[in-house]
Write a protein that binds this ligand. Structure first.
Ligand SMILES: *Cc1c(COP(=O)(O)O)cnc(C)c1O
Length: 360
């Protein structure tokens, strides 16, 4: 089976974890601090605060910016549920803007239409590993004095006009095992704002900077040194992992070019796409997925139901019409692109997709 995702963990990660286990300091300690420094440098940011998931990173970033009740936050409905749920956690209201049909990222013009006197923040998602249109989004944010929190959970190392994602606004990354790099579970907040960094570190630890002195309401959302030790090794491998994803993606695109029935992923000028997913639009999508599964190729639908159509959001009263997001949800299919697949695997994927449309 060629899986849709697989973390690449080697002897270096195992040795790093063993060292931490032998040290006796297995909760948040010096490795977390070391990881924060290394990750902020890689992102081109001044500060980083490591936490225990990407969801925690988004949640804390919102709280650190004082987003709460009465606020509206504009984001994409075509994303993983965490993007919008973290807005709900704060008491604020997610407001969905439709996407660009080629990049699947939030459309700046649609953002403009959703701004009201209550709008406090925008959360663009860099979906599948490609940056949203950060130039346009930062301009809108500046004009309307809005906070920008980047959901960079799928885009470690991606750039927009030579600048890394997570360095435009406040960044939120995930290190879940399927992402471009992993710490097992984990996440991080990146920022150039010292106050946001300090507040984030307090919120992750029960609102406390000095032990047993609690200045605000916080949580326990800390990263462990075990996770950070894995992250330090993975971060060194990240650029190589991304290069392998890009190589696989260009082989897939070259091999699948011209196949009728599918639309290949588009990389927009000025973007470096790090291909968290290689996602096509496919006619007879579900039949293609079944066919590939039979041939030993794993696929994924990211995502089959836009957030505004999820049962819980319907219950909350969401009745949006977001036709581009809704159409994408019916047509997209992700096929393996991760660094654990071989050139032969890529060729097999190309052959089987062609075979399906030749006989379909
Ligand atoms: C993975 C992901 C998250 C959540 O990260 P976790 O580490 O799983 O909590 C949020 N947003 C997007 C777009 C993601 O892909």
């Amino acid at each position: 089976m060629i899986p849709i995702a697989k973390p690449l963990l080697g002897k270096e990660e195992i040795d790093a974890v063993t060292k931490v286990l032998s040290s006796g300091m297995i909760a948040q300690g010096p490795k977390v601090e070391e990881f924060e420094l290394a990750f902020s440098e890689h992102t081109g940011c001044e500060y980083a605060a490591a936490v225990n998931s990407g969801t925690a990173a988004l949640h804390i970033a919102l709280l650190a910016h004082n987003i709460g009740k009465e606020a509206e936050v504009i984001t994409s409905s075509f994303s993983f549920i965490a993007t919008a749920n973290t807005i709900l956690y704060t008491g604020a209201k997610p407001v969905f803007a439709d996407i660009n049909p080629d990049t699947y990222n939030i459309d700046p013009e649609r953002i403009q239409e959703k701004i009201t006197s209550k709008t406090k923040a925008i959360i663009p998602v860099h979906l599948y590993g490609q940056s949203a249109d950060m130039k346009a989004i930062m301009e809108i944010a500046e004009d309307h004095k809005l906070v920008v929190i980047e959901d960079a959970c799928q885009a470690h190392g991606a750039e927009c006009h030579g600048k890394k994602v997570g360095s435009f606004g406040t960044g939120a990354f995930s290190f879940y095992p399927t992402k471009n790099m992993t710490t097992s579970e984990g996440g991080i907040i990146t920022t150039d704002d010292r106050e946001i960094a300090e507040k984030s570190k307090m919120i992750r630890a029960h609102g406390s900077k000095v032990r047993y002195l609690h200045e605000m309401l916080g949580f326990n959302l800390r990263m462990t040194d075990i996770a950070a030790a894995i992250g330090l090794v993975q971060l060194e491998k990240l650029d190589g992992f991304n290069a392998a994803r890009q190589k696989n993606a260009s082989m897939l695109s070259a091999g699948l070019k011209g196949v009728s029935g599918i639309v290949l992923p588009a990389t927009k000028p000025g973007s470096t796409h790090v291909f968290h997913q290689y996602t096509i639009r496919a006619k007879k999508r579900d039949k293609l997925a079944d066919f590939l599964k039979e041939k030993g190729i794993g696929t994924g639908v990211h995502y089959p139901i836009p957030i505004h159509k999820q049962p819980y959001y319907i219950e909350l009263g969401y009745r949006d019409s977001l036709p581009i997001s809704e159409k994408a949800a019916e047509e997209v299919l992700s096929i393996p692109v991760h660094p654990a697949i071989s050139g032969d695997d890529v060729q097999k994927i190309i052959n089987e997709v062609k075979e399906f449309y030749a006989t379909a």
